[in-house]
Design a protein around this ligand. Structure first.
Ligand code: MRU
Length: 345
């Protein structure tokens, strides 16, 4: 079964509700920028590239919704739509990248009728969607070459089809290696507190019959010390100009352990995730999510009442711990400011 994380259907955007996977598989429908922004904020859709694609459709939906209003109301409504989407989540740069691209298209056709503008924005959203799959396939085949036949690959969070328009970034590398005939088995960190590893990565791999073993986050060091991990491949939400990597909370811990055990630590990273305007990881905004996510899961809370809670949703892995960035343009070993500058020049 191919996972269609987002799909355009009869004038609305449909997205798999990732909050209830794997117990329940349902699509929810979205028809405005505000609704899509809420879908992003509440994590119906999550994962950096998927957030970017959803936001692009959110802009197109807003234009379609405003077809018959005056030019002035259209301008105002569209600007509000862009702002609401930009405030949905702070860390994944793909959101802002996609919105900037959509704004450029809007500006380039702003003299046209509302209908014409909406059609151009929808075409651009479709293009961002299709491009994401092409990019993931390209970076997947570059990354596949780094994995030996028989490798046990640890991943953190979910950087799979569910986190993108399709194929995935980190899981795209694994899928491409499997498609190339390699036997790969996956070790999925459960990824507290939102359990993207246990719920989403494990689900994707089970669907495709790629061998997968689930561990809790605090088991990774033990597995590495026993020689049971050959490589780590993770995704990213934003890479700074010096190669520092923001990804799901716990990624930094995995990178430190990987270095201790001489295990390569790879980051699958579309170019749209590299933010050359940010010098280093300290300047990447880190989302702090609601305390309830740490207290327990859904309605069941196990933490002592009254305890103070922190819930930073991402952390920064310094570039020096990154063996390579895997991009659609190729593999960048030991990334640093000079290599990233060259990549974009
Ligand atoms: O909070 P999430 O689930 O949106 O966090 C997702 C991650 O951290 C992913 O690893 C990252 O977005 C890369 S997805 C290809």
């Amino acid at each position: 079964m191919k996972v269609e994380t987002l799909r355009w259907s009869d004038g609305v955007l449909e997205m798999i509700d990732q909050r209830v996977l794997p117990a329940t598989f349902i699509y929810l429908s979205y028809d405005s920028a505000a609704a899509v922004a809420e879908g992003i904020r509440s994590m119906v859709v999550r994962g950096a590239p998927a957030i970017g694609v959803a936001a692009a459709y959110g802009v197109a939906l807003e234009a379609l919704r405003l077809l018959s209003v005056t030019d002035e109301s259209f301008q105002r409504g569209m600007n509000e739509g862009f702002n609401t989407l930009a405030q949905s989540r702070p860390t994944a740069v793909n959101l802002f990248w996609a919105l900037a691209r959509m704004k450029q298209v809007w500006q380039s056709v702003s003299n046209e009728s509302n209908r014409q503008v909406a059609m151009c924005l929808l075409a651009e959203a479709h293009e961002i969607f299709a491009e994401d799959i092409r990019i993931n396939r390209a970076l997947g085949s570059h990354g596949a070459e780094l994995l030996r036949d028989g490798a046990h690959v640890l991943t953190h969070c979910n950087a799979g089809a569910l986190a993108t328009a399709g194929h995935g970034t980190a899981l795209g590398v694994i899928r491409s290696a499997v498609e190339a005939g390699k036997k790969i088995s996956v070790i999925a960190d459960e990824t507290r507190p939102f359990l993207q590893g246990a719920r989403l990565t494990a689900w994707e791999m089970v669907q495709e019959k790629i061998p997968v073993t689930l561990i809790t986050d605090n088991m990774a060091g033990y597995m590495m010390s026993r020689g049971e991990v050959d490589a780590v491949v993770v995704g990213t939400d934003r890479v700074a100009a010096n190669g520092d990597v923001a990804n799901k909370i716990g990624t930094y811990m995995v990178a430190v352990l990987a270095q201790r055990h001489h295990i390569p630590f790879y980051v699958a990273c579309p170019l749209s995730t590299i933010d050359m305007s940010i010098t280093s990881g300290v300047d990447i905004p880190i989302e702090e999510r609601h305390a309830d996510e740490v207290k327990g899961f859904r309605d069941f809370h196990w933490a002592a009442q009254g305890v103070q809670i922190r819930n930073p949703s991402f952390d920064i892995t310094p570039a020096e711990l990154v063996t390579a960035l895997i991009t659609e343009k190729g593999v960048i070993h030991q990334p640093d400011a000079g290599k990233l500058r060259t990549l974009f020049s």
